[in-house]
Design a protein around this ligand. Structure first.
Ligand SMILES: Cc1ncc(COP(=O)(O)O)c(C=O)c1O
Length: 355
């Protein structure tokens, strides 16, 4: 699957070791200590089915978001929740704001549906043109927005989401908002669209990114629409969230120290990494698209993304060639933001590769 980052396995099969993976956007603080301890202490969960209703897990997630547990749907990663929503809603016509994450399109290809894209333009720094988006989206059954957006790192303010939603409600166009990276934004609790409690909106969240659990798989949806919730529960497979993922959700959302450390790391490193990348921009080597989250999109002026990727791979750094995102050309690359030590290595390697 070349549409995603994170495929270090191919490089490992080729005999490479100690690869720095800058192609997937996972918290570099790694698995929370609280979870490591809980897994060791609860190893025998392996012998039991998890709670088929995930009652306690949904309560914990609800509390974390200040929302009743009945409005939470859990899944095996955010991806499962996304696919379930599309299958439950069965829209006939969907508009996706792009460039963006590829799985919306794949989830929709599973159902019989027309998929169109609304371009967020490079000349606008990939900021969504709200007025034109909502006017166009009103002709569709469903509009999809990733917020903050992968791969551009741009974030749409809550006030604008509110306006888009009010407009779309009139044409009975549902709004799907992927907030899987929102917790990397300072003060996200006041910036999420979850606070609207709108029956028209479905919000997707992940624990895989912020809590560094992509291998464990845990995601959830926030849904105030009873009909959609019931339909998802009708079609979902039982026990798709395994016992350790269930345990993880109950433990890590209370891990205030981990959350605080993560917030401190991302605020510092986003600023430092952006500042260092901007030095290349000042020398007209790359363009930097400022980010609000934990990855950053750049455009190369003197090399293709594939050439750059291959040269960085030679230095054991895996970057995401972003040219296969819709509306991006072969000059775009997405870089994760990690800890200072690793970010310094990447900047050093870039100096050698782009000199
Ligand atoms: C924007 C976005 N949403 C959702 C997902 C899926 O997350 P998960 O690993 O929890 O399925 C990803 C993964 O890369 C993503 O980038």
């Amino acid at each position: 699957m070349e549409i995603h980052g994170g495929n270090i396995y191919k490089l490992q099969r080729e005999g490479r070791k100690d690869i720095l993976d800058y192609s997937s956007n996972i918290n570099p603080l790694g698995v929370p200590e609280s979870l490591k301890k809980a897994v060791l202490e609860n190893f025998l969960l392996l012998e039991r089915y998890p709670d088929i209703d995930y009652t306690e897990l949904r309560e914990k997630i609800g509390k974390y978001n200040n929302i009743p547990a009945e409005n939470i749907i859990v899944g095996n990663g955010a991806t499962e929740v996304l696919f379930l929503y599309m299958k439950a809603l069965k829209p006939k016509k969907v508009l996706i704001a792009a460039p963006t994450f590829a799985e919306y399109e794949r989830a929709l290809k599973n159902i019989d549906c027309i998929i169109d894209f609304f371009q967020m333009k490079e000349e606008n720094n990939f900021v969504l043109d709200k007025e034109n988006f909502m006017k166009k989206a009103a002709e569709y059954d469903l509009a999809v927005i990733c917020n903050p957006n992968n791969p551009t790192g741009k974030f749409i303010l809550k006030e604008n989401i509110f306006e888009i939603n009010e407009y779309l409600e009139k044409s009975n166009t549902k709004l799907f908002i992927d907030e899987c990276f929102i917790e990397f934004i300072k003060g996200w609790e006041d910036k999420t669209a979850a606070g609207f409690k709108s029956e028209n909106i479905f919000i997707l969240r992940a624990l895989t990114k912020f809590f560094a659990l992509p291998g464990l798989r845990l995601g959830y949806g926030i849904v105030f629409n009873k009909k959609i919730r019931e339909e998802i529960n009708n079609i979902r497979e039982p026990w798709s969230v395994n016992a350790f993922a269930d345990l993880a959700g109950k433990v890590i959302l209370n891990d205030e120290e981990y959350i605080k450390n993560t917030e401190k790391w991302i605020a510092e490193e986003r600023e430092w990494f952006t500042k260092e990348l901007k030095k290349f921009e000042n020398n007209k080597i790359i363009k930097v698209y400022e980010t609000e989250t934990n990855f950053i999109l750049i455009k190369l002026y003197n090399k293709t993304a594939e050439e750059f990727k291959n040269m960085m791979t030679e230095k054991n750094i895996l970057v995401r060639n972003a040219s296969n995102f819709k509306f991006l050309d072969k000059s775009f690359v997405r870089l994760a933001i990690k800890d200072r030590d690793k970010n310094e290595k990447v900047i050093k390697a870039m100096k050698e590769v782009l000199k």
